[in-house]
Ligand binder design. Structure first.
Ligand SMILES: *Cc1c(COP(=O)(O)O)cnc(C)c1O
Ligand code: SF4
Length: 367
């Protein structure tokens, strides 16, 4: 696919603004690059106004146009199944009750608050857990809304970490970002700022901007959580973006979502985790796919996730093994789903199952 863009000068291709301005948002534009399948053409028509489409040239260039099951294609191009009656009858728009009194703010754990800065994304991922927010159109929080959030934050001394999320928090102007980061930094009880951004995957060019990197570095400690789902997303450009962040002292962690037909296979997941370690991104979570209206077709059962986790154990170092977790409905919090390696206990004798399938006795006497 990259060959379609071979005529684009390097400076443009490496410009985030160009990537955003050149996003493919209509069926007609997309058809110039790729032979759409019937369910995709229908998907684009039927999801219009409900679940918008936008694809950066960069992300589009990763698709193998000959492969109808290409994992980038499945994440980016709408399919009719999203609005299928049966799919629509399941799941909820906001199963976690994120919407509260202050626009964009969710305060679920005492020490962490989450604030969504935009309803804009570089690419609208078809599996997005916040699909609901893109119906209102693309916008960033106003200064008034940000001030309302900051006021709330000032009054909550138990909060140590602010999570800026979206949409895409790093799509706001540098002026707005400077404003919000510097105001958060004036609040003494906030220790950590976490930015949940998928730009390293969807438009890594964002991080080729030294002014943005200056701004992030200046407000340290900032941690980035990103969202790689498939080894194909690990490219020279995404690796370059990560390298630039790391050089500025910004650690990058990853959250993957377990998605049917995209990464629900042990080999793919192992390859993804190995790829992440190669570019020095630490995989933190593998999330079970949430019950989101319009994205239910991406769900697998929980056994699949456990099987993948067991496959990883023993095949990659501990740094490359994320925590498999799910978000409980009603905003009850995230919980790890763990396989049991301790299979029996009797007094001081414990029996474990090894990563290689052996049964091993282990004795603990505590004095
Ligand atoms: C996921 C989430 C967090 C962060 O949880 P971690 O386990 O720290 O990643 C915080 N607040 C809300 C509302 C969340 O949904
Ligand atoms: S980048 Fe994140 S918030 Fe935006 S559409 Fe994709 S998953 Fe949703």
């Amino acid at each position: 696919m990259r060959s379609f863009f071979a005529h684009i000068p390097k400076e443009l291709w490496r410009s985030y603004q160009w990537q955003i301005q050149s996003r493919i948002k209509t069926k007609e534009e997309l058809k110039r690059f790729i032979n759409l399948r019937k369910e995709e053409e229908e998907g684009i028509d039927k999801t219009a106004g409900k679940y918008p489409m936008a694809i950066t040239p960069y992300y589009l260039s990763l698709i193998d146009p000959k492969d109808p099951k290409d994992p980038i294609r499945l994440q980016a191009i709408p399919r009719a199944v999203e609005v299928d009656e049966e799919i629509q009858a399941h799941g909820e728009e906001d199963p976690f009750r994120e919407e509260g009194e202050i626009p964009g703010l969710t305060h679920r754990y005492p020490d962490r608050v989450l604030f969504t800065l935009t309803s804009f994304c570089a690419v609208y991922c078809r599996h997005c857990m916040r699909k609901r927010i893109f119906q209102e159109g693309e916008r960033a929080r106003t200064k008034e809304e940000i001030d309302q959030f900051l006021d709330y934050l000032r009054g909550r001394e138990e909060v140590r970490e602010v999570i800026l999320s979206g949409g895409e928090p790093l799509s706001v102007s540098k002026e707005k970002l400077q404003y919000i980061l510097s105001k958060i930094r004036e609040i003494p009880h906030v220790e950590i700022i976490r930015i949940a951004t998928r730009l390293p995957v969807l438009a890594p060019q964002r991080f080729f901007d030294e002014d943005l990197l200056d701004l992030l570095e200046k407000h340290s400690p900032i941690w980035i959580n990103t969202h790689f789902n498939h080894p194909k997303e690990i490219t020279q450009e995404s690796a370059e973006a990560i390298e630039k962040l790391l050089r500025r002292g910004i650690p990058v962690n990853n959250q993957t979502v377990l998605l049917k037909g995209i990464n629900d296979n042990p080999e793919t997941m192992l390859e993804l985790m190995r790829g992440l370690l190669r570019i020095k991104v630490r995989p933190v979570y593998l999330f079970h796919c949430d019950p989101i209206k319009g994205a239910i077709h991406f769900r697998t059962n929980i056994e699949k996730g456990i099987q993948i986790m067991e496959y990883l154990r023993g095949r990659i170092g501990g740094m490359g093994i994320p925590i498999y977790a799910l978000d409980l409905p009603g905003g009850k919090g995230k919980v790890p789903i763990s396989s049991n390696y301790l299979i029996h206990q009797e007094g001081s004798k414990y029996i474990f199952r090894s990563p290689f399938g052996d049964k091993v006795e282990y004795y603990v006497e505590v004095f």
